[in-house]
Design a protein around this ligand. Sequence first.
Ligand SMILES: [Mg+2]
Length: 273
Amino acid sequence: MGIDSTAAGQTASEPADDVTLTDATLGDAALAARLATEAGTRLLEIRAELGFEDGPALRAAGDAGSQKLLAAALGHHRPADAVLSEEAVDDRARLAADRVWIIDPLDGTREFAEDGRSDWAVHVALWEGGALTVGAVALPALGATLSTATITPPAQAESGPPRLVASRTRAPRLVTDVAERIGGVVIPMGSAGAKAAAVIRGEADVYLHAGGQYEWDSAAPVAVALAAGLHASRIDGTPLRYNQVDPLLPDLLICRPELAEPILAAIEEFSAG
Ligand SMILES: [Mg+2]
């Protein structure tokens, strides 16, 4: 049983599937992880139901189906909170709110609609009073959900060149320049969540992006990365700021902490030159 897509269908007395807490006591981090996981399950169902024949229809159904589930669930569990979603009209009331959920119901919609790809994700983050406090990134095709509540630092880096994950479709020149400077290799991958997850899970060392992004692309991945002890910042080294008037947040660096300084120095040099 998943979370019903209508708020009326869920009651506190209904048996929970993966948690034993009632609505009132379900903490924000556990709720984020549960909702991201449930939305991911719904997305897998949509993939199975529609198949891959009609890409545009599958992409639209995925975005809409996950948005519907998450909006209903957040409305039910946290009715007083504001929500900023890629798939909903931006209600600027969020700018005066103390608690704002920042969600991307389906990150990597393109990859979601390609048979066999697992580089797509569901992002659920919570911003409170100026900072991200909670985040969950579900990787439904891998059966994994990364949560600020449970994440641990990645294992020691393997010997060998640093591995940089970068956009599959719009890797900017900056990424190849930086990779060359630090003696790294570039691994193309879809979905900001999947790329961040690769670094968080120790399968890569750096996620560098400079091609344009929005708050919902990075909020949950950044929350989890910071909880895992990784570096996360703008590419000029300044902090990532969320719940801004304009949700455009165009660049991002997530990496092992020991790589931040050389990478930021290289970026500064290339940007100046
Ligand atoms: Mg999306």
